[in-house]
Design a protein around this ligand. Sequence first.
Ligand code: TRP
Length: 461
Amino acid sequence: MAAAVKLCAASTALNSMSKTRVLTGITTSGTPHLGNYVGAIRPAIAASRTPGVESFYFLADYHSLVKISEPARVQRSTLEIAAAWLACGLDPQSVWFYRQSDIPEISELTWLLTCVAGKGLLNRAHAYKASVDRNRAEGEDDDAGISAGLFMYPVLMAADILLFNAHKVPVGRDQVQHIEMARDFGQRFNHLYGQPSSREFFTLPEAAIEEQVATLPGLDGRKMSKSYDNTIPMFAPRAELKKLIAGILTDSRAPGEAKDTEGSALFQIYQAFATLEETAAMRQAYADGIGWGDAKQKLFERIDAEVSPLREQYEALIAKPADIEAILRDGAQRLRTAHATPSMQALRDAVGLRDLSNAGDAGTQASAKKADTALVPTFKQYRDADGKFYFKLMLGERVLLQSAGFASPRDAGERIAAIKQGTLDSDQLDFSLGDDVSSDDVNAALAAFVAAQLEGEADKS
Ligand code: TRP
């Protein structure tokens, strides 16, 4: 009996290993609106039903603290977002559905990653840089009013992703840099602590940008977003939904005049909810001069048809917040047992947060590791026949990067220093990849390079 149970556990472990793990977080900083529904909730729930996929959806409540300092709003938003996902059909028994702050291993891993994250790389994070730029424009000190939370945001996000070895992370374009940073931190950690003969600790995640998913325009025609105050709340009561739709910006063409579908927010929103046939019929109605009032009525009916069963579910769920609390806690508890706690145990061991009673072989392990890292990438600088100054990044005999010519050795040196500090800034096309070299090869080599330097410095101190 016991043997059978073991076998069964082993095969589920294998099973889940071969699945693609898709993970995404939703910051709990607002009320779900139709843009969230069309752009995130609806496609994610459809994707969660794909065979061969193990899905992780979580409420990123730690992240919300970076933006919001009103406790009641954090709590309310967490409740509303959880209820919205459940109302839309997310099945907490077939996907991992949890609240970030219920998994203490996430914040524990955040510290381990903080210790391998390059500060220079974090300096270049878009959100942080935008805040610095705003301060500069206003003549303030660079970091005025900027919390370390904003600065560390990408490290926390990397912990969310790396702890569960996610393969794919569906995100908007604005988040792609964060995924690249997670890869960078994961790579550095793997290099510093991975045993070459056995496993790497972290899977390097990829951003999955859903190109075909529409971004929904809001009431004023700009992207529907809380920051533009142009949203239609997903579960607005019918009368309010109708009123909001009546307020969608249109041009002033009269009934009977042909209308443009191009650039019409009303048409784009309609399209996001309608079948192909319905969209074709609406296109025809525009050409035939449908009045804006009638078009708005049709849009209202179409949205309401899709949303009203969800609204009923939502209202039932939100009336019982204790049930939602129980669902979230249960998800987190099961996920900790299955993944977070054992993974964190292995990670603690990897960095040396270990049981002291078996410290005997520490020295031999360290020397075994040194031998393996013999192949360290190096920068070679030289002057060519054209009188310009160049550099190459070499790994053994292999050329990973070839620079363009620089006017002075100092320019070349500065570029090398910048590359050493963080990842490549690929906007700056003053180098090219060697033959058969991918940017991942280069990033791996650079991670190795930085790690070797860190080791060197650690040895000195
Ligand atoms: N930063 C993401 C956003 O603003 C939310 C988020 C937090 C996230 N942790 C994540 C998304 C991990 C994907 C994976 O949209």
